[in-house]
Design a protein. Structure first.
Length: 446
């Protein structure tokens, strides 16, 4: 049976559906910093600052690696949402099984490459010999759960695609509770030190996946092996994930370029820019919820071949995204100086950050379009368009970041960053009519 979508004429029902999907995701997002906060607090109370540096360095490397495989979540959400919208139970089972197969294959590859990954990655990040030693201990313990960490992306993608967002929130809370209990048990109970902190996160990933597997077992059970290994379906899964991976790498490259260009202007500017990017992260917690709602609803609309439902998804989620973005802008305008002073007590960094604060005040209104349309195209699995639009956006950013900072300094750098954020939304908006026509053609052909 297909996932029921509200009647297009029932605007109130659409708004309720969007909020029902978005709010638990926002709450789940807000739990994300808790895991790293617990690790940081425990490491910060160990006898030497090098312990904390090691956890920070090792965590940075593995978070970067695992985030690079975030396409497993996004690709799964889109395919599952479409199967859910079409009422195709066999496709749901097969999509979940294929995605888990891919996640565990990639996780196994990370384990095989563990010596190279940790050796080269940590060396590239620098730090003293003692910090490097602690980072290797932390990352070496945590990476053993790589298949389960990647499997959790698939579980989350499935729950979002089938609009079971409360289960997704509950699973995230469970992972954080396990991590908190394990880190205290390993570090203080077993005296495992920094390796114990990494092992605690690994334990949380493993037990989180097992809990998710129990929830989803009924969806995997009975899946046809012939359908799971269908070459066409496997290639589509790989192609979707490839496109999202390239898009993610482009975005990471843009942020890295921004950081490098800031560093060229001095340590105070580098630190101030890093501090101000926290405002972008805070905003993402809110906007991501509506982007995830857009993924689930757009996927269901495409699976059901309903152009009217897809248009209504765009309209309602865009209203909420822009509304939330406006709230963030108002909060940043009113309380931005207070937040800056809360984040740092270093006068030089604080003064520079306050000087460039207006850029992050307008950033939510510029960024909301890209966040939202990302969700629409991921849900529709039009990842080729998503990748091409990101390439165009990165090209525009490259021109801006090359020409503007030499003339305008850090204002030019923030203007270039704003160009990147705005182009993400503009290019996808230009591609939207083609998506609507394709869904309309499929609807007429039924």
């Amino acid at each position: 049976m297909s996932a029921s979508l509200p009647a297009v004429t029932d605007s109130a029902a659409w708004h309720r559906r969007v909020l029902r999907l978005a709010v638990p995701v926002v709450l789940a997002n807000l739990t994300q910093p808790l895991m790293s906060a617990v690790d940081t607090a425990v490491a910060g109370h160990l006898p030497d600052p090098a312990y904390l540096g090691g956890v920070a360095l090792g965590g940075l490397l593995l978070n970067f690696v695992f985030w690079g495989f975030g396409f497993l979540r996004m690709g799964t959400t889109g395919l599952v949402a479409q199967a859910h919208g079409a009422g195709d139970a066999e496709a749901l089972r097969a999509t979940l099984a294929r995605a888990l197969l891919l996640a565990f294959g990639l996780g196994a590859a990370l384990l095989l490459l563990k010596p190279l990954l940790l050796g080269v990655g940590l060396a590239a990040l620098g730090g003293s010999a003692e910090v490097q030693s602690h980072a290797a201990a932390y990352a070496g313990a945590r990476i053993w759960a790589a298949p389960f960490a990647l499997g959790n992306y698939v579980v989350l993608g499935f729950l979002l695609g089938t609009q079971q967002v409360r289960l997704a929130l509950g699973l995230q809370i469970w992972i954080n509770l396990v991590n908190a209990a394990a880190v205290f048990g390993y570090v203080y109970g077993l005296d495992a030190g920094v390796a114990g902190i990494g092992a605690a996160t690994a334990t949380a990933d493993v037990l989180g996946f097992l809990a998710g597997a129990m929830l989803l077992w009924r969806h995997v059970r009975g899946a046809s092996r012939a359908v799971i290994v269908d070459r066409g379906a496997l290639w589509r899964l790989v192609a979707i994930n490839r496109d999202i991976f390239i898009r993610t790498i482009c975005l990471l490259f843009g942020f890295a370029w921004f950081a490098r260009a800031g560093a060229a202007q001095g340590d105070a500017v580098l630190a101030a820019n890093a501090l101000l990017l926290n405002f972008q992260t805070f905003m993402a917690y809110g906007l991501d919820g509506f982007a995830h709602a857009a993924e689930a609803l757009a996927g269901s609309a495409v699976g059901a071949q309903r152009r009217d439902a897809l248009k209504q998804t765009v309209r309602v989620t865009l209203i909420w995204s822009l509304g939330v973005a406006a709230v963030f802008s108002l909060v940043y305008a009113a309380f931005g100086p207070f937040i800056v002073r809360l984040l740092t007590d270093q006068a030089a960094v604080r003064d520079v950050a306050l000087h460039y604060l207006p850029w992050v005040v307008v950033a939510p209104l510029l960024s909301a379009w890209g966040f939202l349309f990302d969700g629409i195209f991921i849900g529709a699995t039009r990842t080729g368009a998503l990748m091409r639009c990101m390439l165009w956006s990165l090209g525009g950013f490259a021109v801006a970041v090359t020409l503007l900072p030499p003339v305008l300094g850090n204002h030019g750098l923030w203007l270039a960053f704003s160009v990147l954020m705005l182009l993400r939304g503009v290019t996808l908006a230009l591609a939207l009519p083609s998506l609507l026509r394709a869904v309309g053609a499929a609807e007429r052909a039924r």
